[in-house]
Design a protein around this ligand. Sequence first.
Ligand code: ZN
Ligand code: ZN
Length: 400
Amino acid sequence: MDDVVNLMSRRPPLDQVLAVAGELSAEIIAIAKALHSDPEISLQEMKSAELVSGLLARGGFAVQRGLAGLESSFCAEWGSGVPSIALIVEMDALPVLGHACGHNIIAAASAGAALILRRLLNEDTARIVVMGTPAEELGIGKIEMIKAGCFADIDFAMMVHPSSRRQVIKQFLGLAKIRFTFHGKPSHAAAYPEEGINALDGVIQTFNAVNAMRQQLRQDVRIHGIITEGGVAPNIIPARAACYFYVRADDLQELEQARERLKGCAAGAALATGCRLETEEDPRIIAPLKILRSFYRVYSEQVARLGLEEARTPGDRNKGSSDIGNLSQELPTIHPHVPIGEGINIHTEGFAMATVSTRGEEATVEGATLLAMTALELIFSPPLREEIIREFHEKDNNLY
Ligand SMILES: [Zn+2]
Ligand SMILES: [Zn+2]
């Protein structure tokens, strides 16, 4: 009991948290702006990693670079004790569009939260780890870093993502990627068509079979693909054609079934056209986000303490996928959204611009502050940590 009283007496009051966040706000915004002005795509986030981890190193964090065989990954840690809290940094931009997913804000908010906590805590109160996870857009960084054991001694993980709305809970779909290559036989398309085997027909039949199947798919399932190879000239029967599909679903069981049915469509198309089918499945399955109400409640309470209002958009609308889903299956994780402008959707030029607008700056500081406040709740309330961990273990595992 004395320990709890002692712990509570060391808990920084809200006005102190806000004062520190205010003092650091210019530095936090500067991170988002610096990344925005020099966007780097997935797996090439070297300068971004240098910038964020360098800042944390100067702030007293012990930095390791290049974990899990990923050059642009990093880990920056400070403090000791229980709990270990990971603040997730994403850094990758999109080709051509720059920071149209706003990962510059993610990096600034997580690094900013870490710097705020560093100023508020004693070194032995908790362990704060900023994890630089590359290539979110390709679904690589977190999956590889989990595999390499980077999160093995982390108790809780947090990040915020910019969005058009302040949506605290939003679901993410599981995602599997699969490529089909059809091998046929070339022939003159007019003179000797009967001697050819048309690989493009294999691809077209696959799409037709998938489209026929849609009616019998569960509502949350998404199957969408592109043709990546379709022959070389109209007067040659295509000897080779290829397509690339994403399959998504709310849970891994449904995802697995949808993926098998998609493979069935391609196999049927190969049989119908006489082609040989080659199938290549990406071993990195992106897991759906495991949503822990108790953990999100803590974040929501901090939103209310700041006098901010949550968007009441249902959490199951407009869902994408992210490798944060994989992390959420490993340990309690939250991924709430901070608002940078109503009606501005991610992966657009407008969104990239909005990340450095006045609204974008406010969202960046809001994210850093809310993450720091949420971390303080976890650090100074052992029963809360137990509740979240209990929910994590009770929740049926969509394990992959
Ligand atoms: Zn994105
Ligand atoms: Zn993103």
